[in-house]
Each structure stands twice: as C-alpha cells, then as structure tokens.
Write a protein that binds this ligand. Structure first.
Ligand code: KIV
Ligand code: NA
Length: 265
C-alpha cells in the first residue's frame, strides 16, 4: 500500500475520487479500518463519548488524545492519521495551540491535527501551519461548542450563518488547511462550499455533493444503539450480535459446556 498523505487527498479531489474517512481510537480496531482500505483515520475527540462514556466531547484531555492517537498510529500502514485537538488545548492563544499540536505530533507520531472553528481560531491555525503541521478544519456543527448552541441540530440553515460558513471555508483554504470537515449542514450549502474551494470537503450529515464522507466507527458498525441521526448508515448491528455472542458465552460457562475436551490441556 502506498501511504496516503495530505497531498494524496488534494489530488483525489482534483480527480473527482471520493475520500473515505472513519474514526479510530485503539490499535485493534485501527488495524481493521486501515486494512480495509479507509483513506483517513480520525482520532476524534468523539473518543470522549465512545471510549470514555462522557456525555460531551469537552472532558477529554490532550493526554487522553495522545494515548488514543499513538495506539492508532501503531496500527496504520496506509491511512493518513488526523487527531482532534481537544477542547481547552487550543482556544486560549496561538502559542498554546501550537504547543498542543506539537505534543500530538511528537508523542503520538500522527500526521496532522484537526481544530473546530473558523475565523475565531485563525491565528492559532496559522501558527500550527507555520510549524509544518498539516491542519484539517472543522465547520458547521462543532460539538466542542455545544453549550453555546444548546442542541446538536442542523447548522447554518439561516442565510447569515451560511455566508459566514462559506467565508470561513475560503479563509481556511487561503491560510493553508489541506481539508475541511463539514458537520450537519444542509446538503445544498455543503455542495456550494465544496465547489468554492479546491481543498477536499469531508462531510458528516452534509449530503452527497462533497469530496468525502466520515462517520464514527462504532456508530456505523452498530455498536452504539441509542443514537440514530438521519445521516448515520449502519453497516452492521454489532450491538445485537455482540450481546448474543456474549450471552452465549455466559450460558456456556454456566452450563459447563465451555471449555470442552478439545479446549483443555
Ligand atoms: O470527533 C469526531 O468523531 C469528529 C467527526 C464526527 C468528524 O470530529
Ligand atoms: Na471531533
């Protein structure tokens, strides 16, 4: 396999080849995701929900993110690895943002970072880019700002917010971001954004007319089952399959069916 780089992704957009991206947080799952041919693995701060069981993405720390990222890096042979800068690790000033990004790059050996927001974090993104660290942007629904918005509903439905989002996307391209995630916005707006920049737009709940798609791994595998937004396509129902398998194991132990003759030394 040839390693996917930030340049590969920009070339893919130019060729019209769609980009596949999934989250990954640990070695074993990342090995499967990478081996299956996913182009980009995102060590998302959704680890806060999926791995740690917090209600929001806010509590996860930089140290936690580095732990997850280094596990994913050890598993990957092909995919580009992007790591979320967690809440609180980049908002106060550009120097802190750069320090956090450097820690991720050095300690996890991932290939790039992702930050939520537009013009309000422009200087931080520039600082990180100036250090040679590739940055992926993230606009639309930005879960680290959940307490500002109050809900996880579709963003940028109003004209003003839509205009602001397009301006932010253009700005992110201009300062040098290599791609942008657009989360939960109208498909028509996402299409417009994808057409107005030459860097790849990766959508989640942003419709089909973008350059790639991302989903949370545990959601698309159906391991989580209390979350069913419209944009989520479930490829397996692992919640049920695993519950059945584990229930069977419990049964086998209780009835002394396991282990059998062949399973002992
Ligand atoms: O943390 C995450 O999983 C993300 C994706 C949903 C884009 O940021
Ligand atoms: Na995230």
């Amino acid at each position: 396999y040839k390693r996917v780089t930030v340049k590969t992704l920009v070339d893919m957009k130019a060729r019209g080849e769609k980009i596949s991206m999934l989250t990954a947080y640990d070695y074993t799952m990342a090995k499967i995701v990478d081996g299956a041919g996913v182009d980009v693995m995102l060590v998302g701060d959704s680890a806060s929900n999926v791995m740690a069981g917090y209600e929001t993405t806010l509590p996860i720390t930089l140290d936690h993110m580095i732990y997850h990222a280094s596990s994913v890096v050890r598993a990957a042979n092909r995919a580009l690895i992007v790591v979320d800068l967690p809440f609180g690790s980049y908002q106060s000033d550009p120097k802190e943002a750069l320090r956090s990004a450097i820690r991720i790059m050095k300690e996890s050996r991932a290939h790039s970072v992702k930050l939520e927001g537009g013009k309000e974090i422009k200087e931080s993104i520039k600082r990180i880019l100036n250090a040679g660290i590739p940055v992926m942007g993230h606009l639309g629904l930005t879960p680290q700002s959940i307490y500002k918005f109050g809900t996880y509903t579709v963003r940028a439905k109003e004209e003003q917010e839509a205009k602001r989002l397009i301006a932010d996307a253009k700005m992110l391209e201009r300062i040098g971001c290599y791609a942008i995630v657009l989360e939960k916005i109208p498909a028509q707006l996402a299409k417009e954004v994808a057409e107005s920049v030459s860097i790849p737009i990766i959508g989640i709940g942003a419709g089909p007319d973008v350059d790639g798609q991302v989903l949370v791994l545990h959601d698309m595998l159906g391991m989580t089952h209390e979350f069913h937004p419209r944009f989520l396509r479930r490829y397996l129902n692992l919640y049920e399959d695993m519950t059945t398998a584990i229930g069977q194991y419990v049964d086998d132990v209780k009835t002394a069916d396991f282990p059998n003759e062949e399973e002992k030394y």
